[in-house]
Design a binder for this molecule. Structure first.
Ligand code: ZN
Ligand code: ZN
Length: 155
C-alpha cells in the first residue's frame, strides 16, 4: 500500500461517534460485533472487504464471525455510514462515509488487485462543473482508475 493521506477520513473518533449515534437513533443495539466492525473501519485508511475485516479482528484477538461482519456492513451501508467501493473484481469493499463529505478515490491495479487511495481537488472541481453544465445536483460520486501499479509495472 502506498502512503495514504489521513485527512481523507477526517477524524476517526468523530466518525465512530457519528456511527454510534446513528445506530442508536435507529434503535439498533450497538452489539459487540457491530462495535468491533465500526472500530476496525475507523482504524483503516482506505477500504477493506468483509473478509479482510474478519481477519483483522481475529488478528486483534476479537474474533467476529464472518456472517456477523457481513450483517454489520449491510446495516452500516443501509444507514449511509459506510461507502461501498466496487473495484471490479466482484468483492465489495467498505470505508467510513464521513458526514462532512470528505472522501477520496481509488486506484485499482488490475494485475495484483491492490487498491490505493488518492485525492485531487481539480477532479472534485471538474465533477461539480459537469453537474452545473448538465444542470444536475451532484450529491455523490465514485471514481476508480484502473491500471497497473508501480510494483506491477516494475515486475
Ligand atoms: Zn478508500
Ligand atoms: Zn470526489
Amino acid at each position: 500500500m502506498a502512503a495514504h493521506t489521513h485527512h481523507a477520513h477526517g477524524d476517526p473518533a468523530a466518525w465512530t461517534d457519528h456511527a454510534a449515534r446513528t445506530l442508536a437513533e435507529h434503535g439498533t443495539r450497538s452489539g459487540g460485533a457491530r462495535r468491533a466492525v465500526v472500530a476496525t473501519l475507523a482504524d483503516q485508511d482506505c477500504c477493506a472487504s468483509a473478509q479482510e475485516i474478519h481477519e483483522r479482528l481475529r488478528a486483534a484477538g476479537r474474533p467476529v464471525g464472518i456472517a456477523s461482519v457481513y450483517r454489520s456492513l449491510d446495516l452500516l451501508h443501509g444507514l449511509g455510514l459506510v461507502t461501498r467501493v466496487e473495484t471490479g473484481d466482484g468483492v465489495a469493499r467498505y470505508e467510513p462515509a464521513l458526514p462532512g463529505g470528505e472522501h477520496h478515490h481509488h486506484l485499482v491495479c488490475v494485475r495484483c488487485g491492490g487498491v490505493e487511495a488518492f485525492e485531487d481537488d481539480a477532479l472534485e472541481r471538474a465533477i461539480h462543473a459537469v453537474g452545473d453544465r448538465v444542470d444536475f445536483d451532484v450529491t455523490a460520486h465514485d471514481v476508480a482508475l484502473r491500471g497497473r501499479c508501480r510494483a506491477c509495472r516494475a515486475a
